[in-house]
Design a protein. Structure first.
Length: 497
């Protein structure tokens, strides 16, 4: 079945109080998707954002981002007043101001927590029990982090930094109120998200959710499960993630994430990964795993290295991991993000799992890698793949057209048979090229439908301070746009069942 959907982060939704969230505007966007006759809403990771406000560097792979909790919902529950919310400064609302969110949102959430009466709720007790594998560790991690003025693990007192049992007991007693606060936020997040996801399902909309392959070094996942990562004899991170030098970067990329001890994961029957995917199946209908190639081979860089030049490749778990997940959880809809340097063994892993892989049209015209770019041209696709014009890490189509080299622009114009100099026609022809391809899934970022330039870009990798901020203008999500998308969807046979 050929389908289509829209890539649009939750934080980019319009609405009051500084950030897109699970408010009425989210429900309106689901209605927009239905009117546009779409099948999927692809979002980014929902986890609490850490360094650089990136959802891909989260404090927990299991927890939800408290910023996405709807304040309007808390007002409706009688836990906040509109006057209290309106009195806070969230910025001008045109883009996300994370500094102002931090200063204002937490105070409001604390007020709602103190008024909630959740300790007397059986629903809350059930939530604690159902999520005991990760919830208490996450809440304690956040409480200890707050007690250390937000510092990462290296700035903590050694005993609690190293997750010593006695220190865990002592800090749990000392920080019980803060722990309860962070657990309550997860309870409220889960309630609101389930309500929104159930509404989407009722409207025929499935959610595609992202997870990064790695977890952050500043996360409860690493802190509470250190045995699952590559550490030295002192218990410190030995090897970190990244990618090697190539034609795009002479020194490669150092991501800094701790690498998994795959032998230990195998010994446990991949229990942590099975629990992680089970949580994702609860949150999403389809799971897109970032950097899928790391399951075949991953690039390991010494933790003290300033560049990726000293790194080397090591073997990952391969199909063994996914066989274990399937045995435990049954069929799991997964999209394999296999972009970047792809070897024959990576291609074989994707084939062996049967997961659809990704094709990005912007990559098809890169003159720096003309041979590799060929595989992203639509006529090369097999049906079991997901085609994108671009992703959250790419320029918007309009921004890309304005920035590519003349030789690349010439190739684009000739391939798409563009007859005018209007860049918007190139944008529209690129979208049509994606829709008309044999790819089973076609996902278009909302910015490309709107013809927006790079001011609407979500993320520019290896930069900080300007990312994860863009928000849509409410008036742009209108019936005219929904009708145009619906017509395109019908024309190319991607209508929902």
């Amino acid at each position: 079945m050929r389908t289509s959907g829209i890539l649009f982060p939750v934080f980019s939704l319009p609405g009051k109080y500084g950030i897109g969230c699970f408010s009425e505007e989210a429900y309106k966007f689901v209605d927009f998707l239905k009117e546009a006759r779409q099948t999927y809403w692809q979002i980014l990771p929902l986890g609490p954002t850490g360094y650089g406000d990136s959802p891909y560097q989260s404090f927990s792979t299991f927890a939800g981002n408290p910023y996405l909790i709807s304040l309007e919902d808390l007002i409706a529950q009688g836990l906040l007043t509109q006057e209290e919310c309106d009195a806070e400064d969230f910025g001008d609302g045109k883009e996300v101001d994370y500094g102002k969110l931090y200063d204002s949102r937490w105070d409001l959430l604390r007020k709602a927590y103190l008024r909630s009466g959740h300790r007397d709720s059986q629903e809350f007790a059930d939530f604690q029990k159902d999520n005991e594998f990760w919830l208490r560790d996450y809440a304690l991690f956040m409480a200890v982090k707050k007690a250390h003025a937000g510092a990462g693990l290296s700035g903590w007192e050694p005993s609690i930094r190293d997750y010593k049992a006695e220190a865990v007991r002592e800090w749990t007693l000392k920080l019980q109120d803060d722990i309860d606060f962070y657990e309550y936020l997860q309870f409220e997040f889960a309630k609101q998200w389930k309500k929104l996801k159930d509404y989407a399902s009722e409207q025929g909309i499935s959610i595609i959710g992202d997870i990064p392959i790695y977890v952050s070094a500043d996360s409860s996942d690493f802190w509470a499960h250190r045995e699952l990562f590559q550490l030295d004899e002192r218990g410190r991170i030995r090897m970190i993630a990244g990618v090697p030098p190539d034609g795009f970067s002479a020194t490669g990329q150092v991501w800094g994430n701790p690498l998994y001890n795959w032998e230990k994961h195998k010994e446990t029957g991949y229990d942590w990964w099975i629990r992680r995917i089970a949580k994702c199946k609860e949150l999403y209908d389809v799971i897109r795993i970032d950097h899928f190639r790391g399951f075949d081979e991953y690039f390991a860089i010494p933790a003290d290295s300033a560049t990726a030049a000293t790194g080397h490749w090591e073997k990952g778990p391969g199909t063994d991991l996914f066989d274990a997940i399937k045995a435990a959880l049954g069929e799991t809809p997964i999209i394999a993000e296999d972009l970047g340097y792809v070897t024959d063994t990576v291609r074989q892993l994707v084939r062996d799992t049967g997961f659809p892989n990704m094709k990005v049209l912007e990559f098809a015209f890169d003159s720096r890698d003309s041979s590799g770019a060929m595989e992203y041209l639509p006529y090369r696709y097999k049906n079991n793949c997901v085609v994108y014009t671009g992703t959250h890490d790419n320029e918007t189509l309009r921004g890309w057209i304005d920035s590519i080299l003349p030789v690349e622009r010439k190739q684009v114009i000739e391939y798409l048979d563009v007859r005018t100099k209007d860049p918007q026609e190139i944008v529209e022809k690129m979208i049509i090229a994606a829709f008309s391809s044999v790819a089973d899934y076609c996902i278009i970022p909302i910015q490309d439908y709107l013809g927006l330039d790079n001011r609407a870009r979500i993320n520019q990798p290896s930069t900080n301070g300007t990312n994860w901020k863009w928000r849509v203008n409410k008036k742009d999500l209108n019936s005219a746009l929904a009708g145009r998308i619906a017509d395109l969807t019908a024309m190319y046979g991607r209508l929902p069942e």
